[in-house]
Ligand binder design. Structure first.
Ligand code: SAM
Ligand code: SF4
Length: 310
C-alpha cells in the first residue's frame, strides 16, 4: 500500500459513530443531528473490514468518533480487533465514560489512550465543551495512568478561549508525567465561521512559552503528526501543526467512517464502502483510494470533524 509519492499506508483511523456526550465549540453545533444507529458498521463489519486492511499492510489502528465509548458494543469491537496482528490499537476519547472501562481494557490489545482535554479550569472546560465534567475526565486520566496505559493528552488551542492556559498545561505535564500535544484548531465544519478569530499557530504558541521555558527537540518518526519537545521543567509536549505546516507529504493514514466507508484523507468526502466488499476485491479498492490521496492540504472540509472521525 505505497502510493506514487512513496507514502506507505500503515495507519487506520476508525470512527465508530458520530454521536457524542460533549459539544466542543470547535467540533459540534449545540444541537447536532446524528445519523441513525442502524447506519453504523457493526462489530462484525468492522472485523471483516479491518482484517482485510491489516492483510494489506495496516499496522496501527485507532478508534475515534464522535465519542467511541458511547457505542454499546464497544467491548465487543475491542475484543474483535484485539485478535488482529497489529502493532498498536489505540483509542481517542474525551474520557467522560472511560473509568468504568479501564479494568476491562487492561486485558485487551488497546493500551494507547489519546485523551482530549482543552482546559484545566472547570469553568473554561464547561465553556469549551458545553458540559460540566472536568473532574470526571481528570479522574479517569489519573486512574488510567496508574493502571499503566500509555496516555497522550490532546489540547485544541484557541485564541482568546484557552491560549492563556498553555503554561498551566506545561506545568501539569511535568507534574503528572503525561505528554500534552497542542493542536492547532482546524478550519473544518463549525470552525469555518470563527477560524480567523480563533486560530493560533504552533509558532505563536511556542513563542508564548519561550520566555519561561527552554525546549529540546525530540526525534519524531517520519509519519508523526506531532513535533515533539522535552521542556526545561521536565514536561513532554508536542505541536500538531495541521494548518500552519500540514504533514501531507509523510501521511500514512486512511480513514474509515462510521458507515464503513474508507476515505483517503480527512479533507475528502469521497470514499468506497467496504462493508460488503469481498476479500479479493480489497486490493483494487485500496489502490483506487490510495491514488485519490492528495499530496497537499485541501483548504477546508465542509463536513464536521465528528462525522468523519478526528
Ligand atoms: N470524542 C473524542 C475526543 O474528543 O477525543 C474523539 C473524537 S474527536 C473528533 C478527535 C479529536 O479531534 C479530538 O482531539 C478533538 O479535539 C479534535 N478536533 C475536533 N475538531 C477539531 C478542530 N476543528 N480542530 C482541531 N482538532 C479538532
Ligand atoms: Fe465530542 Fe470529541 Fe467533538 Fe468534543 S471533539 S464534541 S468530545 S467528538
Amino acid at each position: 500500500m505505497v502510493d506514487k509519492h512513496g507514502r506507505r499506508m500503515r495507519k487506520l483511523r476508525i470512527s465508530l459513530l458520530d454521536a457524542c456526550n460533549l459539544r466542543c465549540l470547535y467540533c459540534m453545533p449545540e444541537s447536532p443531528v446524528f445519523m441513525p444507529q442502524k447506519d453504523w458498521a457493526s462489530a462484525k463489519d468492522l472485523l471483516h473490514i479491518t482484517r482485510n486492511l491489516v492483510a494489506l499492510g495496516i499496522e496501527e489502528i485507532r478508534l475515534t468518533g464522535g465519542e467511541p465509548l458511547m457505542r454499546r458494543d464497544f467491548v465487543e469491537i475491542v475484543d474483535a480487533l484485539s485478535t488482529l496482528p497489529v502493532k498498536t490499537l489505540g483509542l481517542t476519547t474525551n474520557a467522560l465514560l472511560l473509568a468504568p472501562y479501564l479494568s476491562m481494557l487492561q486485558h485487551t490489545q488497546l493500551q494507547q489512550l489519546n485523551i482530549s482535554l482543552d482546559s484545566l479550569d472547570a469553568k473554561n472546560f464547561k465553556r469549551i465543551t458545553r458540559r460540566d465534567a472536568l473532574g470526571t475526565v481528570t479522574d479517569a486520566i489519573h486512574t488510567a495512568k496508574a493502571l499503566g496505559f500509555t496516555i497522550k493528552i490532546n489540547t485544541v488551542v484557541m485564541k482568546g478561549v484557552n491560549d492563556h492556559e498553555l503554561p498551566a498545561f506545561v506545568a501539569w505535564s511535568a507534574v503528572h508525567d503525561i505528554p500534552v500535544r497542542f493542536l492547532e484548531v482546524m478550519n473544518i465544519g463549525v470552525m469555518k465561521s470563527q477560524f480567523r478569530e480563533r486560530f493560533l499557530s504552533a509558532f505563536d504558541m511556542k513563542a508564548m512559552l519561550k520566555a519561561d521555558y527552554r525546549f529540546s527537540k525530540l526525534n519524531d518518526v517520519v509519519d508523526s503528526t506531532s513535533r515533539n519537545f522535552r521542556v526545561s521543567n521536565g514536561a513532554k509536549i508536542g505541536f500538531i501543526t495541521s494548518e500552519s505546516s500540514p504533514f501531507c507529504t509523510g501521511c500514512s493514514r486512511l480513514r474509515l467512517t462510521p458507515k464503513g466507508q474508507i476515505r483517503p484523507c480527512l479533507f475528502m468526502q469521497e470514499g468506497i464502502d467496504l462493508k460488503s466488499l469481498a476479500p479479493e476485491d480489497y486490493p483494487k479498492a485500496l489502490a483506487t483510494i490510495i491514488a485519490m490521496k492528495p499530496v497537499g492540504r485541501i483548504p477546508h472540509q465542509p463536513q464536521p470533524m465528528y462525522q468523519i472521525g478526528g
